[in-house]
Design a binder for this molecule. Structure first.
Ligand code: GDP
Ligand code: MG
Ligand code: K
Length: 297
């Protein structure tokens, strides 16, 4: 280990679907933030911890900053903004395969309000020709003075190590906040609930919007070492309940199977997973329901 150890917190922000979770998973090398091709998959801050001999970077995978359209949106924006003021650097992720639009401009306006150095991370470079990058960089540079501009492909891992090296230069001398082998400070229950939510979003495609929540009701280890997990999937309407359960329960069975496989990999033990589906009307706009599901400012 070097004499001077560096450490600090780094926030990842960006429009939905630009690849924030993918980047964090690439960095951490283990599945902790859930990924899907639907927006607003990530609702809570997830700390990913990256540790080397020289430094430790604690990542906050923040929900996309965007104009709130419900109480839940409000929670998400507040959580993103508080994250930005607590960190050493902000990674502002963009998708180079899409036009610079209102979404990115809105986020840049928010980033102007903070003093934290902002990295412009141009993601999905695998989707464009290298010559297309320069004009994109010029467009963004006109809008804000970025501390660094780093093109990457989060999914393939291209240039991600260069990003981490540059990031390390921005960290102050500091302690190791987490043990070197720890990748997330979230309780296992939260990660398990997120894995179930990920499978629902992936398998139901367009039919189920973000209007679902998953709550782990029970989790315990049996004498034979099998971990028993009971979870409730909350939907807004009974029609959605039907979709999640599927014909003869086929959809729910598939959701459970895929989630269980990921959980077994994550926890390293055999899992017995039970899923229930309940209708909670308009839960997204009811403060008390949000609180009971663990959303906080
Ligand atoms: P988030 O909403 O910003 O967290 O985005 P996700 O990490 O969930 O990614 C959204 C979608 O973009 C997923 O389908 C990813 O597989 C895809 N994606 C992420 N990074 C890349 C990349 O570097 N290249 C390509 N081609 N796709 C990517
Ligand atoms: Mg995400
Ligand atoms: K997403």
């Amino acid at each position: 280990m070097k004499d001077t150890f560096k450490s600090g917190f780094v926030a990842i922000v960006g429009r939905p679907n630009v690849g924030k979770s993918t980047l964090m998973n690439q960095v951490i090398g283990q599945k902790i933030a859930i990924m899907s091709d639907k927006p607003q998959t990530t609702r809570n801050k997830i700390h990913g911890v990256y540790t080397t001999d020289e430094a430790q970077i604690v990542f906050l995978d923040t929900p996309g900053i965007h104009k709130p359209n419900s109480k839940l949106g409000d929670y998400m924006v507040k959580s993103a903004q508080s994250a930005l003021s607590e960190v050493e650097a902000v990674l502002f992720l963009t998708d180079v395969s899409e036009e610079l639009g209102g979404g990115d401009r809105y986020i840049i306006e928010q980033l102007k309000k903070i003093d934290t150095p902002v990295f412009l991370v141009l993601n999905k470079i695998d989707k464009v020709h290298p010559e297309e990058l320069l004009p994109i960089i010029e467009k963004f540079s006109k809008l804000h003075s970025f501390a660094e501009i780093v093109p990457v492909s989060a999914i393939h891992g291209s240039n991600v190590s260069a990003l981490l090296e540059t990031l390390t230069r921005y960290l102050p001398e500091g302690p190791m906040y987490y043990p070197a082998d720890q990748v997330t400070d979230h309780p296992e229950q939260f990660v398990c609930a997120e894995l179930i939510r990920e499978k629902i979003l992936q398998l139901t495609r367009e039919e189920i919007p973000h209007s679902i929540a998953v709550e782990i009701e029970s989790m315990g280890t049996q004498d034979n070492g099998v971990v028993q997990i009971g979870a409730v999937i909350y939907v807004e309407r009974s029609s959605q309940k039907g979709i999640v359960i599927g014909k003869n329960g086929a959809m729910l069975k598939e959701i459970g199977k895929l989630a269980r496989q990921d959980m077994e990999r994550l926890l390293g033990s055999k899992i017995f997973l039970e899923l229930w589906v309940k209708v909670k009307e308009d839960w997204r706009n009811r403060e008390s329901v949000l609180k009971s599901l663990g959303f906080r400012h």
